[in-house]
Design a protein around this ligand. Structure first.
Ligand SMILES: O=c1[nH]c(=O)c2[nH]c(=O)[nH]c2[nH]1
Length: 283
C-alpha cells in the first residue's frame, strides 16, 4: 500500500514577544503572540527521520526575537512580512503561514514607562506566502458589544418546536470576531485596523437591528467602505442571549430592565462580505 504525505508544516506556536521602543522618554510597547509555520521540502524528516532540511522550531523562535531587535516591531502585519521575507530566502522553504495576536497597552499619565492593558479585544494578523505570492489578512477577536435597545427579532417561521417569543425590543450582545483580507497594501496597517474597528462599532451602534444577521452585514459593508484595500471580511458573532427575567412571582413588572445573561447555548451567526470585484476575481 502506498501512502501520500501532504500538508507538511512545522514551526513554533505562540512565541510571546514584547518589544519596547525606548526611542524617547515615552516608551512604546508592542506585545505579540506569534506563530510560525514553514512549508516546503521537509518530507524526509517525516519518512526517514532525516532532519537535514528541518528549520528547528527553536531556531524559528529565536528568529522572531532577533528580527524584533533588528527590524523593530511596528504593526503586526509589517512584522510578519519581515519574518516572511527572512524565511522566503531560506533553503527548502516554499511557503509560510505566520500569525500574530497583538495585545494593546496604553501609557499611564504618571510617566512615559508605565502601562495599562487596554481594549478587551485582541488584534490578529496573518501573512501567508506561497513562492512569490504574499497574502495579508488582519482581524480581531473578542470585541464585546451590547445595545440595550434598537434590536428586534420577529417574522421567523414557527413550527411545533418554536417557543421563542417575537420581540420588537431586546438586548443585542455579541463578541465580534472578524478577519479581513487585503487585496492591496494600505498606507498603514495600524490606521487600516483602526478604521475597520471604528466602522464596525459605528455600524453596530447605528443599525436598528431586525436580526444579528442584518447587523453583521452592515458591519461588513461599513468595514469594506472604510478601507478600500480590504477585499473581503469574514465576521463571526455569537448571539449572547439576554433573557428578560419573569418578576411577576414577586409582584413586579419588568419593562426591559432586568435580564438573565446566558452564556450557553448561544446562536452563532457568520457571514463573509466580499467586494463584487473580489468576488469576480475569486470566482
Ligand atoms: O438575531 C437573531 N438571529 C437569529 O437567527 C436568531 N435565532 C434566535 O433564536 N434568536 C435570533 N436572533
Amino acid at each position: 500500500m502506498a501512502y501520500a504525505l501532504t500538508d507538511l508544516q512545522h514551526g513554533k506556536a505562540e512565541v510571546r514577544v514584547v518589544k519596547v521602543d525606548r526611542g524617547s522618554d515615552d516608551h512604546v510597547l508592542h506585545d505579540l503572540n506569534v506563530t510560525t509555520q514553514l512549508r516546503g521540502d521537509f518530507a524526509t524528516a517525516y519518512t526517514d527521520g532525516d532532519n537535514a532540511h528541518v528549520h528547528a522550531t527553536d531556531t524559528q523562535k529565536n528568529t522572531v526575537y532577533a528580527l524584533a531587535r533588528e527590524h523593530g516591531v511596528t504593526s503586526p502585519e509589517d512584522f510578519l512580512l519581515v519574518l516572511a521575507g527572512h524565511w522566503r530566502a531560506q533553503p527548502w522553504v516554499t511557503g509560510t503561514w505566520l500569525s500574530a495576536e497583538q495585545y494593546s497597552w496604553h501609557r499611564l499619565p504618571a510617566n512615559g514607562h508605565s502601562f495599562v492593558r487596554s481594549g478587551q479585544e485582541t488584534r490578529t494578523a496573518l501573512v501567508e506566502t506561497d513562492g512569490e505570492q504574499t497574502m495579508v489578512s488582519a482581524g480581531l477577536t473578542d470585541l464585546v458589544v451590547l445595545k440595550s435597545t434598537g434590536s428586534e427579532f420577529h417574522g421567523f417561521p414557527r413550527d411545533r418546536y418554536t417557543t421563542l417569543a417575537e420581540t420588537d425590543d431586546r438586548v443585542l450582545a455579541t463578541s465580534v470576531s472578524a478577519t479581513w483580507r487585503y487585496a492591496g497594501e494600505p498606507d498603514s496597517y495600524d490606521a487600516a485596523y483602526d478604521a475597520v474597528r471604528a466602522a464596525m462599532l459605528d455600524a453596530f451602534a447605528s443599525t436598528h437591528s431586525l436580526a444579528l444577521q442584518q447587523t453583521i452585514h452592515a458591519m461588513g459593508v461599513a468595514a469594506l467602505d472604510a478601507v478600500s484595500e480590504a477585499g473581503s471580511i469574514h465576521i463571526s458573532c455569537p448571539n449572547k442571549h439576554h433573557f428578560l427575567v419573569d418578576l411577576e412571582p414577586f409582584g413586579l413588572d419588568n419593562p426591559g430592565e432586568v435580564f438573565y445573561a446566558a452564556d450557553r447555548p448561544y446562536g452563532l451567526i457568520e457571514a463573509t462580505v466580499l467586494r463584487e470585484t473580489a468576488l469576480r476575481e475569486e470566482g
